[in-house]
Design a protein around this ligand. Structure first.
Ligand SMILES: Nc1ncnc2c1ncn2[C@@H]1O[C@H](COP(=O)(O)OP(=O)(O)O)[C@@H](O)[C@H]1O
Ligand SMILES: [Mg+2]
Length: 331
């Protein structure tokens, strides 16, 4: 995954709740740390990054400076389409357009319209930073919506291109498609948990990306993995603490026995879950994916410090040449 941050557009995909926004924020920190003017794009109405960095809630579509070299912006596809129609309609006010039914009619009649106008905005941000009066970003990180919607976004040039074959829209659609298809400018990363279903879904996502966009995943971030604290032999020794007749060693009586029993069981459970997760990660590796493992952080709520910690872990992994061996998740 070396050189991942040197693309113009880095798309972070995966199921809802697996840590896409967290990973996008961590990558944003790394991008900015490396001296790149970096922006993280959230799709939808939420501004999780502004919140994470303790910034006041921005206006929709407003770029928020998070720290040196790093900003974020939220693009709401409905709003983007409305703005686009307004621009086409000249003096028709957004209020009238929004309430006239034209908007809903258009959105329903033109599949991929919301998605393509969103992608055009992203393309503008990513378009050769600084030159030709563009946004001046070196790196755009797209915190993509959950898998199905993300594919809708990424396939929108094809979906919408079938409708608009000529004119300025066709040109923009073509530019988006070129960006998404270009391995030098765009890369795709998946985030997954170490569960059987998540890994299966990641394999499906990779296949859909290949058939729908013609691109491969640059890698998979296996997020929130439990640490493997003990080897099997060590776990065996822990279990020996439990005497065969159910009486704990020690002289603490029944109370202590229960405590030892619970501790041994907890150790066994964490060990088994961690082993299962790592087996799932191995499944990804066997299928040829480069995987970066990030640890589960035991914070009640993962704040900016947690994200910085994950960023430094990611940074080490991204700096390793491909095939230099897996990183073990430790906390
Ligand atoms: N490595 C981790 N350890 C612990 N909690 C995490 C980790 N990564 C993400 N989280 C938490 O999991 C939840 C979902 O993460 P988020 O990044 O919002 O996922 P997504 O954007 O994919 O929906 C959030 O509460 C986040 O703080
Ligand atoms: Mg998110």
């Amino acid at each position: 995954m070396q050189g991942l941050l040197d693309r113009r557009l880095l798309v972070v995909t995966g199921k809802g709740g697996v840590g896409k926004t967290t990973v996008a924020a961590a990558l944003g920190l790394l991008g900015a740390e490396g001296g790149r003017r970096t922006i993280v794009v959230e799709v939808g109405r939420q501004s999780r990054l502004a919140e994470l960095f303790g910034r006041p809630e921005p206006e929709p579509g407003e770029e928020v400076r998070l720290e040196r070299g790093l900003s974020s912006i939220s693009i709401d596809p409905d709003r983007a389409l409305l703005e686009w129609l307004q621009a086409l309609g000249g003096r028709v006010s957004g209020r009238i357009l929004a309430s006239s039914g034209t908007f809903q009619y258009f959105a329903a009649a033109a599949p991929g319209a919301r998605e393509i106008v969103t992608m055009v905005k992203i393309w503008r941000l990513a378009d050769d930073g600084g030159r030709r009066g563009s946004s001046g970003k070196d790196l755009v990180i797209l915190d993509a919506p959950a898998t199905g919607h993300a594919l809708g976004l990424l396939r929108s040039p094809q979906t919408f291109g079938a409708i608009a074959r000529v004119g300025p829209v066709a040109k923009q659609t073509g530019q988006v498609q070129e960006l998404l298809a270009d391995p030098d400018r765009a890369a795709y990363l998946a985030v997954a948990h170490g569960s059987e279903m998540a890994v299966t879904e990641t394999l499906e996502l990779a296949a859909d990306l290949e058939s729908g966009v013609g691109r491969e995943l640059a890698g998979v971030v296996a997020n929130a993995l439990l640490p493997r604290r003990f080897s099997a032999a060590e776990l065996g020794r822990v279990e020996e603490l439990r005497a065969p007749d159910g009486n704990g060693r020690g002289a603490g009586g029944a109370g202590e026995t229960r405590l030892v029993e619970a501790a041994v069981r907890a150790a066994r459970e964490v060990h088994d879950r961690a082993a299962f997760q790592h087996a799932q990660v191995a499944r990804l590796r066997r299928r040829g994916f480069e995987v970066v493992a990030l640890p589960f952080l035991w914070d009640a709520e993962l704040g900016l410090d947690g994200v910085r910690h994950l960023a430094s872990r990611l940074g080490h992994a991204l700096a390793r040449p491909a095939g230099a061996g897996p990183a073990r998740a430790q906390s």
